[in-house]
Design a protein around this ligand. Structure first.
Ligand SMILES: NC(=O)c1ccc[n+]([C@@H]2O[C@H](COP(=O)([O-])OP(=O)(O)OC[C@H]3O[C@@H](n4cnc5c(N)ncnc54)[C@H](O)[C@@H]3O)[C@@H](O)[C@H]2O)c1
Length: 232
């Protein structure tokens, strides 16, 4: 049986929440939003928050929020609400952010440059530990404080840096080959921007970001509204 799967499969399948119980992928997908909302609440100086307030900040309904948090074993206290610090810690642990994750970026072109310099990566508990490219005019240059290394040394770079997650910003034509090399080197999570599906072994998670597809979905909803189809 083929143990490989495509990027269409969601990361977070069956991940452990309360008492090791699985957290549904849709809930996992909303947890970063809850964490952001909690961080905003904490920076306002609040120690406690209600499901209504937190849901409003996260853009979901209070019922959805309560259901999602119940998978983490967090129910809040009636009349008191949620302890902001405790809930932040719980979500951080479930998302696997309690330990700093080392990230390698492959393909230091336009997008790679922008992402390497994106401060939000470090602010969310990740550390960019390496940059890799094949272009001789890029290799050896310094981007975001790191020297770009040659893709021929990919495996060595992964081992030296201890990267477990890779951001893939190469052209689509080489993305599968680079992905295979990353997996062979021991990377277990890949965030790809290349516009093609990637096949990975079952133990590896792939998340795909595709701005053009998202725009197409918006176009679909726009068209559906204009023809009165009422898509939602
Ligand atoms: N998902 C999105 O929303 C989105 C948005 C923009 C671009 N993209 C995609 O992201 C990728 C990068 O786009 P870009 O505009 O930065 O392109 P770019 O050409 O500026 O950068 C690509 C970089 O990858 C390097 N590269 C090529 N082969 C490599 C290999 N085998 N190993 C390591 N590096 C290699 C190139 O030398 C180059 O520096 C493309 O696949 C593009 O289609 C996706």
């Amino acid at each position: 049986m083929d143990d490989r799967r495509t990027a269409g499969r969601r990361a977070g399948d069956g991940r452990a929440g309360r008492d090791g119980q699985p957290v549904p992928p849709a809930t996992v997908g909303r947890l970063p939003g809850y964490l952001r909302a909690l961080e905003a609440t904490a920076s306002d100086g609040a120690v406690l928050t209600s499901s209504e307030e937190l849901a409003a900040r996260a853009g979901v309904t209070p019922a959805q929020l309560r259901k999602d948090l119940s998978f983490l074993g967090s129910y809040g206290r009636r009349g008191v609400g949620y302890d902001v610090g405790h809930l932040r810690e719980q979500i951080t642990v479930v998302l696997g952010l309690a330990d700093v994750r080392r990230v390698l970026l492959v393909g230091v072109g336009n997008l790679g440059h922008a992402l390497a310099n994106y401060a939000g990566i470090a602010e969310r508990g990740f550390v960019l530990v390496g940059l890799v490219d094949t272009d001789p005019s890029v290799v050896g240059t310094t981007v975001a404080g790191l020297e770009v290394e040659h893709a021929d040394d990919l495996r060595t770079v992964v081992h030296r840096t201890g990267a477990t997650i890779a951001v893939l910003t190469t052209p689509a034509a080489v993305a599968q080959r680079v992905c295979d090399e990353l997996v062979a080197a021991g990377v277990v999570g890949i965030l790809t921007f290349a516009p093609r599906a990637l096949r990975v072994p079952a133990h590896v998670d792939v998340r795909a970001v595709d701005v053009a597809s998202e725009l197409q979905i918006l176009a679909f909803h726009d068209r559906a509204r204009s023809v009165g189809g009422g898509a939602s």
